[in-house]
Design a binder for this molecule. Structure first.
Ligand code: SAH
Length: 230
């Protein structure tokens, strides 16, 4: 009997839908979509406007520079997407809770995540107050929009969806991270450094960059121990 696959759907609401085209059509995402583990839909916020100019932004009350994304089109988009109890609506914000592994794991339990990407000076606060279930920041720095945060969140969450990663062992969040090496065992080079690849290269002594010998020992207990400690 075929085991039921857990599937998660991401609905991304943005004014720059094309940003997502290449990233989500490569590598693990491509495979996960083919295997029907993930369903990623990108929605153009302008499709949810009512006026002929497809206005998505306006100037802020109280004055100040920049524009603010309007509440109406976002409300219309989210309403059309019909969130239910197993849906989480997320607004990207510099004031949000910081994304970490624990949050990603928790979000992976939902059937569906609706991700709202801000732009310009941000998003009318009523989206945070009445539409979003939570506000998420990906770090203490300011980006120009929520699109890169959306890609970061989709990827961090997807790693916790069974089947997304080929081998679950590569789930570093559970096993911990360790340094890796691959062939050659010794890499001989005249090194890289200030001025070293230029005219003075001939005078340079060849350096040998070696792989730690324990990794070549075949002793799996020792290798495991080394990985724990590095
Ligand atoms: N005026 C805001 C910055 C707005 S940046 C401020 O000073 O805090 C425009 C949009 O980009 C935000 O609405 C948010 O959706 C997104 N964004 C920018 N940096 C982000 C970050 N670190 N994490 C999550 N979203 C971010």
């Amino acid at each position: 009997m075929k085991e039921a696959v857990k599937k998660i759907k991401f609905d991304i609401v943005t004014i720059f839908p094309k940003i997502f085209d290449s990233y989500f059509n490569e590598s693990l995402f491509k495979r996960a979509k083919e295997k029907k583990i993930l369903d990623i839909k990108v929605h153009d916020l302008r499709d949810y406007t009512e006026d002929k100019h497809k206005t998505v932004d306006d100037s802020p009350y109280g004055g100040g520079p920049g524009m603010v994304l309007k509440v109406e089109p976002i409300h219309k988009a989210v309403k059309k997407l019909k969130p239910n109890k197993k849906t989480r609506v997320i607004l990207f914000s510099t004031r949000g809770k910081k994304l970490d592994s624990e949050m990603a794991k928790r979000l992976a339990k939902y059937d569906r995540l609706i991700l709202i990407c801000g732009r310009y000076e941000g998003v009318d606060e009523r989206v945070a107050e009445y539409i979003a279930d939570e506000e998420v920041s990906i770090g203490d720095y300011v980006l120009s929009g929520g699109e890169i945060p959306a890609m970061v969140l989709v990827e961090a969450v997807s790693r916790f969806v069974p089947g997304f990663l080929g081998k679950m062992e590569s789930l570093e969040d559970i096993k911990g991270s360790y340094p890796s090496y691959t062939r050659p065992e010794v890499f001989e080079t005249k090194a890289i450094g200030p001025g070293q690849l230029g005219h003075s290269q001939k005078k340079q002594k060849t350096k040998k960059w070696k792989v730690p010998s324990v990794l070549l020992s075949g002793n799996h207990v020792k290798i495991e121990e080394w990985r724990q400690n590095n």
